[in-house]
Design a protein around this ligand. Sequence first.
Ligand code: NAD
Length: 472
Amino acid sequence: MNIDAKEIELIVQQVLENINAESLKFPRPCGGEDGVFECVEEAIEASYQAQRRWVKEYNLEDRKRIIAAIRTVSEEHAKELAKMVRDETGMGRYEDKVQKHLAVIRKTPGVECLVTDAVSGDEGLMIEECAPFGVIGAITPSTNPTETIINNTISMIAGGNTVVFNVHPGAKECCAYCLRLLHKTIVENGGPANLITMQRNPSMEAVNKITASPRIRLMAGTGGMGMVDALLRSGKKTIGAGAGNPPVIVDDTADIAHAAKEIYRGASFDNNLLCLAEKEVFVMESEAEQLIDALQKEGAFLLDSRQMEAVTAFAMVNKGGSFQVNKKWVGKDASLFLEEIGIHGHKDTRLLICETDSGHPFVQVEQLMPVLPIVRCRTFEECVDLAVSAEGGNRHTSSIFSKNVDRMTVFGKEIETTIYTKNGATLRGIGIGGEGHTTMTIAGPTGEGLTCARSFTRRRRCMLSEGGLRII
Ligand code: NAD
């Protein structure tokens, strides 16, 4: 049989039309594997079904057992996850990422933080308990991607919820790997499938579908203020964990050697990717030289003003007089900044410091880079004024090095941050070398603070009237 090219073209066209018609009649299910779905609608529905089972068929002991298994498997894979995150995002430092993983694995509270209130009196017994919201939509950042997944998973499922994640596109592979790992662990330990889910390719469209879905009862957004504001505008109940720009004050009573050690550790940790890391220092004039010397002794490299201008020229983008970070340089090693301005041979340098005025973009903009500006102030009051202004009303994190308790109180009241550390690196404020639990979702804007399982629950009251069950 002889068929010419024209006829072949017609046949192919007809076949394609038929395929399209068929697929419209019977849309191909996009399915999911180990919690990772091709389309978000199915992820939401699967998490909804899982949540109904999670509250009906499983008890608190099950939650404890499954969370313990999640901790074990995450700890076994902490180094691998840290390496994957470093490789995929190209940001931060491997050894610090291992520490961040271990902190969330070991110090994110489980069901133990779900406290019940009880009132017993002549008119009966009242209890108020922490009940699940249902399915939570969680948006996660590129700066702590898998750390936030582990942290949010423990907190949210401890509260009886299930989660649909929309992860940062720049960290989607390590996040999918981490989610699959946790998902498999949940199922192997007898838990329901799809307790945690995500769309394989995250997108803004998926975020919109998550916020619009009636199945989603709560949003939890961890990232920049653009995202937090978008979630708040969506009309869905939102726990928002947004940006910070943490200032540090060093006054003339501080132990300067100790302050330098702590500031160096905090500001260089994971190349300053943590939202709560020290971003600018306000030091009283009399201590400035000593602090700069002590920071150099710790290993910091002091840039002169010309070198700092050269760094600013490539690490910041000037948009008509207002500065934004050049994302290419977020979380990069300090030595790479030096190489870019022609200074070689400083591979081990973890932090660059420079004296600037308080209006410098590195002071005013949240830069997430291992470059720490230092501003001299004539008085303590000036330190406070400039620190409050640089913090920009985020009310996220701040710190002070001082032995004067009155000054600590004054600054604490003025700055109103969710985390306030005294005489220690700010990372101690999330339990890395400090007391208290760890979280990667610090909800300043919406007020939940350092989130834990309790933050992702709603209060429900049960009233047993006329002395029922009371024994006195
Ligand atoms: P980012 O805002 O670029 O992205 C965060 C997430 O939001 C991603 O999943 C992204 O896809 C999504 N997103 C971005 N714009 C959005 C919009 N308009 N609507 C809906 N979703 C949107 O942040 P990043 O660069 O990944 O992370 C760094 C930022 O996050 C910094 O500002 C840092 O301070 C902040 N952060 C805050 C906390 C906290 O606990 N408060 C923790 C980690 C990071």
